[in-house]
Design a protein around this ligand. Structure first.
Ligand code: A2P
Length: 317
């Protein structure tokens, strides 16, 4: 790991760049009250030292993120776009081979960027075109041609539209299938991970395969429709936080960092954004790990974007 602006980086494998450095902490933009809130928060985050921003076509945050990047350049907060690491994701309605490259081009247009650093298949689910209500009903699901979609993801990298490609919400079984035919393996698997959802087996699997995990909902996504206060209000985590003079959020983020996990954490509040970066000059003890091992486990995102998807998680954890 190298240091820049005091935020360590990991090097992603299978990048079209010689060394694609991903800052271990990124700003999440999945839940936002308004586009302007996203723009203001991203500018604030860049001022604080964030260089990695996570978006997706479905979040509605690509356009304000693009505006914030343009303004950051204009204000001289960054000298060039290359200083940023930008991730976006292919939505389920575009999870068909012929729609992948056009979807990424649309994302780049919204962001006003020439390339992404990382493009992810958001879910292992394809949804038919149509005006479906959310969460999608079972009849909206189409069969998902992962092999065909991945070939087009590889094409996106070859065309220079993204430096790296990866997936999100993939179980070990789905990764194993993907690795059986991929000519460019996924650099990243972005999944729910926090002290209430450890995913130990997936962590081991990804480590062995050289796939970097990015944790979403690292604080349990309090305040969103899928989230809860179970991380931030956990008594064991509070004990650890008190002993270190840190917050529960910092303990959760530090724990992920020490496990080698990269993080997309969402805060649009300046103080909390700053606090979430202050996790690099202290460490957890063996006792802290034992306590975190005792935290009751449950998944927040059990159904994903559809009401029911058979074998979504392949009964793994
Ligand atoms: P806010 O944006 O008001 O700071 P996650 O990253 O797991 O999705 O969690 C996001 C939620 O956690 C948001 O509601 C965010 O609210 C809140 N949050 C982010 N950072 C902190 C922090 N350091 N302390 C408490 N709550 C936080």
């Amino acid at each position: 790991m190298s240091l820049s602006l005091n935020i360590p980086h990991v090097v992603l494998q299978w990048s079209s760049k010689q060394h694609n450095n991903m800052p271990v902490i990124g700003l999440g933009t999945a839940s936002s009250p308004s586009p302007n809130d996203t723009k203001v928060a991203v500018l604030e985050a860049i001022k604080l030292g964030y260089r990695h921003i996570d978006t997706a076509s479905v979040y509605g945050s690509e356009q304000p993120l693009g505006e914030a990047i343009a303004e950051a350049l204009q204000l001289g907060l960054i000298a060039s776009r290359d200083e940023l690491f930008i991730t976006s994701k292919l939505w389920c309605t575009d999870n068909f081979p012929h729609l992948v490259v056009p979807a990424l081009n649309k994302t780049l247009q919204s962001l006003k960027l020439e390339y992404l650093d990382l493009y992810l298949v958001h879910w292992p689910i394809a949804v038919k075109p149509g005006n479906w209500e959310f969460p999608y009903p079972e009849e909206a699901l189409a069969s998902f041609d992962l092999e065909g979609v991945w070939k087009q993801m590889e094409e996106c990298q070859k065309l220079g539209l993204t430096k790296c490609i990866g997936v999100s919400n993939f179980s070990r079984k789905k990764l194993e299938n993907l690795l059986s035919f991929a000519t460019i393996p996924p650099s990243v698997n972005q999944v729910e991970m926090n002290p209430t959802w450890h995913q130990k087996k997936l962590r081991e699997y990804c480590k062995n395969k050289g796939i970097i995990i990015t944790a979403y909902s690292p604080l349990g996504a309090a305040g969103t429709f899928w989230g809860s206060n179970d991380v931030l209000e956990n008594e064991l985590l509070k004990e650890i936080a008190e002993a270190h003079g840190k917050s529960v959020a910092q303990v959760s983020l530090r724990w992920l960092y020490e496990l080698g996990i990269t993080i997309a954490v969402k805060s649009y509040n300046k103080e909390r954004m700053k606090q979430n970066l202050e996790i690099f000059n202290w460490s957890l003890t063996k006792d802290d790990y034992e306590k975190i091992d005792q935290v009751k486990q449950h998944k927040l995102m059990s159904n994903g974007p559809a009401k029911f998807v058979p074998d979504l998680w392949d009964e793994e954890n």
